[in-house]
Design a protein around this ligand. Structure first.
Ligand SMILES: [Fe+2]
Length: 273
């Protein structure tokens, strides 16, 4: 019965969320060209993710990598799970990295694509860089989960290191973005779902690998897990540096909605000036 409850919750909250976002849209978002690639949109809708391999040019990548330490010096984020999960994160500000992302968004009409994917207006609610070091066990988000049932959420991930099965790969269950009854069947324990549960309902886990400069677009309402490392020998494992940009509709929950407002008003200054 659990999955029916989550299924209903998802659809009710998402409809309300889209309406709230529509009414608050003018205050928060500027205009962008309404054009997108239908084929790419269909691919996104079908699987729940898109991979744009090595879209950041190598010469820019060098400048970006040199810039990252300043984010950690100037705007490191506090994280109670930092030590347990072996990760650290920092806010991103303007510079080479931001410019490269804006360039990618413009060249590929990403905002228009996301709006058509979500079938809703949206806000930019998060922009951080994270370093994840290898862990022996699967910790927190490295177990399968959906980010939320309460609003629509799409993540853009930018790999700044080469990512494969042994370097903190992001994984996704194709088609779990289609919020049908089936996609809510696995039973979460403390909001996370075991691999064993997943394998009962889904045949395939997609490992979204890519060289540094690869950009992913993922529906966070679908089942995903990451970072992950396959090899049991710690000597073969590498850290992952990745940037996260979140696009969300406004949730019904007042507290979270105000938080999204505040976040987005700052971030829209970065993305729209
Ligand atoms: Fe997540």
């Amino acid at each position: 019965m659990h999955h029916i409850k989550n299924y209903l919750k998802h659809h009710i909250h998402n409809s309300i969320s889209a309406v709230i976002t529509k009414f608050n849209y003018k205050k928060t978002f500027l205009k962008y060209p309404i054009h997108f690639d239908k084929q790419i949109l269909n691919q996104f809708k079908e699987k729940g993710f898109l991979v744009f391999p090595e879209v950041i040019p190598e010469n820019q990548l060098e400048l970006i990598k040199n810039e990252v330490p300043t984010f950690f010096r100037n705007s490191k984020l506090s994280d109670s799970n930092e030590i347990a999960y072996k990760r650290e994160s920092a806010e991103v500000s303007k510079g080479h990295l931001t410019n490269a992302i804006i360039e990618f968004i413009k060249n590929n009409n990403i905002f228009s694509l996301i709006e058509n994917y979500m079938n809703s207006k949206f806000l930019i609610t998060n922009f951080v860089v994270k370093i994840n070091h290898p862990t022996k066990e699967k910790m927190g988000p490295s177990n399968f989960h959906k980010d939320t049932y309460k609003h629509k959420s799409v993540h853009m991930m930018i790999y700044l290191t080469d990512v494969d099965e042994n370097s903190g790969c992001f994984t996704y269950i194709p088609k779990s973005n289609n919020a049908d009854l089936h996609s809510f069947k696995p039973t979460p324990i403390k909001k996370r779902i075991s691999d064993e549960q997943i394998s009962k309902f889904y045949k395939k886990t997609e490992w979204l690998k890519g060289k540094a400069g690869t950009i992913l677009l993922v529906d966070a309402n679908g089942l995903h897990a990451g970072p992950r490392w396959i090899d049991s020998n710690m000597d073969n494992l590498k850290s992952r540096t990745a940037v996260f940009v979140n696009f969300s509709t406004l949730p019904f929950d007042n507290k979270l909605r105000n938080f999204f407002y505040k976040q987005s008003s700052n971030l829209h200054k970065i993305f729209y000036s």
